[in-house]
Ligand binder design. Structure first.
Ligand code: ZN
Ligand code: FE
Length: 260
């Protein structure tokens, strides 16, 4: 499965999953149809599935346009998003599976940013490979160095959701839907000041962004070491934001980030 990262709008990414052998593709969160159609044309492949993570327009706005060109494509989304995702046909729940060719993905229910948000996790294709990597498409739940705003969920829901993602293997590529990494890491360093891995990561990301290079995907192992929104149980971070518990630490971090 090849993955193409298509920039859209100001800072969105749309991901096109391509099965070269069968010349079929799926797309994750097509906020806009045009770049997806262009990529499909370049590949000479047809679209068989649209995987939506949540109902926001910058993630589903291209659904109808894509269906006009590929009426056979199946539109997937979370069961709690019924009525909110254009042309949705399949209503997914935690533990359900989706597929593209021989590759199969698991659905994770990760509410918080919105109440119906889901993520798609594709475990490594070949576990015998020397370094097997999985792929995580997490929409606006986990970002590189940050997490989504709580529009429809509570801190407790989001901590549970992020904890679920944190349990995936370090060798998982995180494909999140926005290029927010630089700003996220600047905030992260303001609360996790002594974190050497984070300091180093900020330097790397500053260099990439100065060249207008993308910072996505990012390894989940690096997120676990540097993303404060996966580190609410670290004593240094709890002390920095005066959190007594993981949930309170997360809530304080999120409030501070909203004002950053
Ligand atoms: Zn969103
Ligand atoms: Fe978004």
């Amino acid at each position: 499965m090849d993955i193409y990262r298509l920039p859209a709008f100001k800072d969105n990414y749309i991901f096109l999953l391509h099965d070269r052998q069968h010349q079929i593709a799926a797309v994750v969160d097509p906020g806009d149809g045009a770049p997806v159609l262009q990529c499909l044309e370049d590949l000479g492949s047809s679209l068989v599935a649209i995987f939506n993570t949540h109902h926001h327009t910058d993630h589903v706005g291209g659904n109808r346009q894509l269906l006009k060109h590929f009426p056979e494509a199946v539109v997937y989304g979370g069961s709690q998003d019924r009525g909110r995702i254009p042309e949705q046909q399949v209503f997914l729940q935690e533990g359900d599976r989706v597929s593209l060719g021989e590759r199969s993905g698991q659905v994770l229910f990760v509410p918080g940013h919105t109440r119906g948000h889901i993520a798609y996790y594709f475990p490594p294709a070949d576990l015998e490979a020397p370094e097997p990597w999985g792929e995580l498409f997490c929409g606006d739940t986990l970002f590189a160095g940050g997490c989504g705003r709580l529009f429809e969920g509570t801190p407790s829901q989001m901590v549970n959701s992020l904890n679920k993602l944190r349990q995936l293997p370090d060798h998982t590529w995180v494909w999140c839907a926005h290029e927010y990494t630089l700003k996220n890491l600047e905030f992260a360093l303001s609360v996790d000041t002594a974190n050497a891995a984070l300091q180093q990561r900020l330097v790397t990301v500053q260099a990439l962004r100065a060249q207008h290079q993308p910072t996505i995907p990012t390894p989940l192992g690096l997120e676990k070491l540097t993303n404060p929104f996966l580190r609410w149980d670290q004593p240094a971070l709890q002390a920095a934001v005066h959190g007594q518990t993981s949930e309170q630490t997360f809530a304080h971090l999120r409030q501070q980030k909203d004002r950053f």
